[in-house]
Design a protein around this ligand. Structure first.
Ligand SMILES: Nc1ncnc2c1ncn2[C@@H]1O[C@H](COP(=O)(O)OP(=O)(O)OP(=O)(O)O)[C@@H](O)[C@H]1O
Length: 300
């Protein structure tokens, strides 16, 4: 069953198209990483999914219903982001009590244990917390609410490396014990990749690809060798990125749709093949220029 569906969804801010006919569907009990460059439309997509904002056109369905101003949807989903709007008059202990009364699956024991582990004092006010502590508290809200749809938009901003690691470990442990649909947007795919099952990559407000983390690992390869040999070999292949490695050598990232015969013929021509990390691949796939930052310096 689909938990979240976008069908040809467009969102415009004035003349700016933040989402452009975006279509995808996320099923039950999966952890999806939402990846994309700055301005790709991630936050806009998540805010529409959370019902905080209305799409300009297209169909959005969360648990089969449009989420905008929809109480039934909001009791079953939580979106944790850097600017959670929480009542300033309540201390964070009281905020936990308020969340407990709203979310049907709330786990107060988990919330209290995490607060103690991360040394958050129940008497403190949200406004008095440091940036990293605020986001740690927000992350605890997201975990303990155990919502069937849980969205984290850049949850680890400001957290130190230890807290980030602990948060992702806690998320994974709790997810295994209590499966639900989780979406995490992050600029740091390397950091979050181990807990993800699927990756949804946005580019310019559109879905660029949506596949399992394992399939993404097989999606492309790096080919390197002498520039003239490589250049000749590349025609007829889908090239995502190419760059000079100096001393007459070059490398390119190409789609991995190569047969064994093609690979062994290329290797006979002294071309070499190697893997690429999913984070680097996503950066190359969503780069505006095929040569990356080097293109800026190569322009006349
Ligand atoms: N309130 C707004 N008014 C006008 N334009 C906006 C507004 N919010 C976002 N945009 C524009 O919409 C596009 C998508 O923005 P969005 O914040 O959704 O991207 P993002 O992928 O979350 O980016 P980042 O990784 O930098 O957080 C950007 O071009 C942005 O400038």
């Amino acid at each position: 069953m689909s938990v979240l569906e976008f069908e040809n969804v467009t969102k415009t801010y004035g003349k700016k198209k933040a989402l452009d006919e975006l279509t995808f569907s996320i099923g039950e009990n999966r952890i999806t990483g939402l990846i994309g460059r700055n301005g790709a439309g991630k936050t806009t997509m998540l805010k529409i999914a959370a019902g905080f904002m209305r799409e300009s056109s297209g169909e959005v369905r969360v648990f089969g219903e449009n989420p905008f101003n929809n109480l039934a949807v909001s009791a079953n989903m939580i979106m944790v982001d850097n600017d959670l709007n929480l009542p300033a008059s309540l201390n964070i202990g009281e905020l936990l009590d308020t969340a407990a009364s709203f979310y049907p699956n709330w786990d107060m024991k988990l919330a209290r244990n995490l607060m103690e582990y991360f040394r958050l004092d129940l008497k403190q006010h949200h406004t008095g917390l440091s940036k990293g502590m605020k986001n740690t508290f927000n992350a605890i809200l997201g975990l303990a609410s155990r919502c069937p749809l849980t969205i984290f938009d850049e949850p680890t901003n400001g957290m130190d490396a230890g807290v980030r690691k602990d948060f992702y470990r806690a998320l994974l442990k709790d997810y295994i014990a209590n499966p639900r649909t989780i979406i995490i947007s992050s600029h740091h795919l390397n950091e979050v990749e181990d807990i993800l099952e699927d990756i949804l990559l946005l580019k310019d407000g559109k879905q660029f690809l949506h596949m399992t983390v394992e399939d993404l690992r097989e999606y492309a390869v790096v080919v390197s060798g002498k520039e003239e040999v490589l250049n000749g070999w590349l025609s007829g292949h889908e090239v995502f990125h190419r760059s000079s490695a100096g001393f007459g050598r070059s490398y390119a990232v190409v789609r991995n749709d190569l047969s064994e015969d093609q690979i062994s013929a290329a290797m006979k021509n002294s071309l070499e093949f190697s893997g690429i990390s999913n984070e680097d691949l996503c950066l190359y796939l969503t780069s505006q220029e095929k040569g990356g930052i080097d293109d800026v310096f190569n322009k006349n």
